[in-house]
Design a protein. Structure first.
Length: 195
């Protein structure tokens, strides 16, 4: 029987985009707000598409992003986004299992300055069940979660993979990436970075 070590690893990519963006007090949902000429969510979508990860999904809530998604992206609906980030992560995990994935790489839709290189480097990273992108030594997204840690993901709350790597530091590896890992949560942050 072949193992992951002697065959190509089956990695899927997921963007979490189901949040309400309640701290963003703009005229539209923050992911639809124009950032440097395009809706903010497009930057995360383009980064994932350019990473080489072939099977991709986006977890959505009440906002319809279908016009921006390609036929190659699976839409995963979170019926309870108010349950927190962990609810979207659980949906992503279930989809990854349905794809028989060895690992999933997860990122957020509100981090427009994280590019394809980060997604690709994290997807290819080996050495630990949880591989975290770092930027100038700071842990941020995306995060690669091997199947062996899927059962450790939190079932409730607004903390995702961070809860895992804080609880199980011995399972974590890091991969240094290029990019700026800011996430846009407020109109003020949008104005600061929307140059």
């Amino acid at each position: 029987m072949r193992t992951v070590s002697d065959r190509e690893e089956n990695v899927v990519g997921v963007i979490l985009a189901a949040g309400f963006g309640t701290r963003f007090e703009g005229r539209s949902h923050k992911l639809l707000t124009t950032f440097r000429g395009s809706p903010m969510i497009m930057y995360s979508l383009l980064a994932l598409r350019g990473s080489g990860i072939m099977r991709r999904a986006v977890v959505v809530g009440s906002i319809d992003f279908s016009a921006m998604l390609s036929d190659e992206e699976t839409v995963l609906h979170n019926p309870s986004p108010l349950a927190g980030l962990s609810s979207s992560l659980s949906i992503a995990r279930d989809w990854a299992l349905s794809q028989r994935a060895d690992a999933m790489v997860v990122g957020l839709a509100d981090q427009p300055l994280i590019g394809s290189q980060a997604w690709a480097r994290v997807a290819a990273a080996q050495g630990a069940p949880i591989m975290v992108a770092t930027y100038r030594g700071r842990r941020r997204n995306p995060v690669k979660l091997s199947r062996e840690v899927f059962d450790l993901l939190p079932d409730s709350g607004d903390e995702g993979a961070r809860a895992l790597y804080n609880s199980y530091p011995e399972l974590v590896g890091e991969i240094e990436c290029d990019g700026e890992p800011i996430d846009i949560d407020t109109v003020e942050e949008l104005d600061e970075w929307n140059l």
